[in-house]
Design a protein around this ligand. Structure first.
Ligand SMILES: [Cu+2]
Length: 133
């Protein structure tokens, strides 16, 4: 039964190679990690940034053009929220390093606050986004 043994060996090797092949393909590293584009400081572009630091939004008052995406970044070690007075947006709790983005597609004045540290109407930790046509 030498022939049978050889065939069995070949089959076993084939299975092993197949398994290896599958492993190899899944080992392919995910390259090209997204490089973070620097947020535009200008309120005239398509993007604007608000930093959350020391229990405050900076800048607290920001004027942008319609269609601008504002990204808030929490640089505090405590959690904060970005919550619109009128309920248009609500980030939920942002931990340190978390970001929240919202695109303003309508002109108007959008007051917002942090739920734990501020309140509607500009109380405590709060800010205003003014969107101009
Ligand atoms: Cu807060």
């Amino acid at each position: 039964m030498k022939t049978g043994k050889v065939i069995t060996t070949i089959l076993t090797l084939t299975l092993l190679l197949t398994a290896c092949g599958v492993n190899t393909s899944s080992d392919q590293a995910q390259t090209g990690a997204a490089t973070e584009a620097p947020a535009a400081q200008s309120a005239q572009g398509n993007a604007a940034a608000v930093e959350i630091k020391n229990f405050a939004f900076n800048p607290a008052n920001l004027q942008i053009a319609v269609g601008t995406t504002v990204t808030w970044t929490n640089n505090d070690s405590v959690g904060h929220t970005v919550t619109a007075d009128n309920g248009t947006f609500d980030s939920g709790t942002l931990r340190q390093g978390d970001k929240f983005s919202f695109t303003f597609n309508e002109a108007g004045t959008f007051a917002y606050y942090c739920k734990p540290h501020g309140g509607k109407g500009g109380q405590g930790m709060s800010g205003v986004i003014t969107v101009v046509p």
